[in-house]
Design a binder for this molecule. Structure first.
Ligand SMILES: [Zn+2]
Length: 227
């Protein structure tokens, strides 16, 4: 699962919970940030094999600290608890329900990975591996990513009042994510090394976080003129 994770970030945002979209973009990929960091440190192990599954080259044969069920629950609780102090730093509004939403959003990563991954997600440590393996079926997996993302974007626009110009930017961002997914799923390429893949995760995910941050700064032209 790749851009499909962002559907949860878009869907979770509301005027009431006031969670910045960029925070939710970090939250939905929080487990992968930990994974990429641990792969770079040589703690978690990854093989990148051309044709490993139809939809992915990643053989994540050892990632118990980022992607086991117990680890996912632990990181979700930590994220929910960390949300309050993190809010006070830039002066964001905080509510208990928002912290809960951040925690659930972090955990959503594991649920969506469970659908796509082959049986490489351990329940605990590196044992009892599960995964429904939708990555073995390239087109259905791609379709699921896109349908999820489209639903997320529609929910985001419906739940949050925003200037028309920002609605347009949100749709453009969604289309850009679809193009990235097309590239990831369908454009043939030689496998990167494990460390290059982990660096790519950091770079791309952070780029998306910056775009999500910028997106919520977009105001209508009329509003700027009236200021
Ligand atoms: Zn993952």
């Amino acid at each position: 699962m790749f851009v499909g994770h962002y559907s949860v970030a878009f869907a979770a945002k509301s005027k009431k919970n006031e969670i910045p979209l960029w925070v939710l973009f970090v939250a939905v990929q929080f487990l992968d940030y930990i994974w990429a960091t641990l792969v770079l440190l040589g703690v978690e192990k990854l093989r990148v094999i051309k044709g490993f599954t139809a939809g992915s080259m990643l053989d994540s044969y050892f990632h118990p600290y980022s992607h086991s069920l117990i680890a996912a629950i632990t990181w979700s609780v930590i994220a929910a608890l960390a949300y309050k102090p993190l809010c006070s730093w830039p002066g964001y509004g905080y509510t208990k329900s928002a912290a809960l939403i951040v925690g659930v959003t972090v955990f959503s990563h594991w649920v969506l990975d469970l659908i796509a991954h082959p049986r490489d997600l351990a329940i605990y440590d590196n044992k009892w591996k599960v995964g429904f393996g939708l990555w073995k079926y390239r087109d259905p997996e791609f379709a699921l990513e896109i349908v999820l993302l489209a639903c997320g974007v529609i929910i985001y626009i419906t739940r949050n009042v925003m200037p028309t110009i920002r609605e347009g930017v949100v749709v453009a961002f969604g289309i850009a994510l679809v193009i990235v997914q097309i590239g990831d799923t369908y454009v043939p390429r030689n496998p990167l090394t494990d460390k290059q893949t982990a660096m790519g995760v950091w770079i791309f995910y952070t780029l998306f976080v910056i775009l999500a941050f910028s997106l919520e700064k977009v105001r209508s032209r009329r509003k700027i003129v009236s200021l």
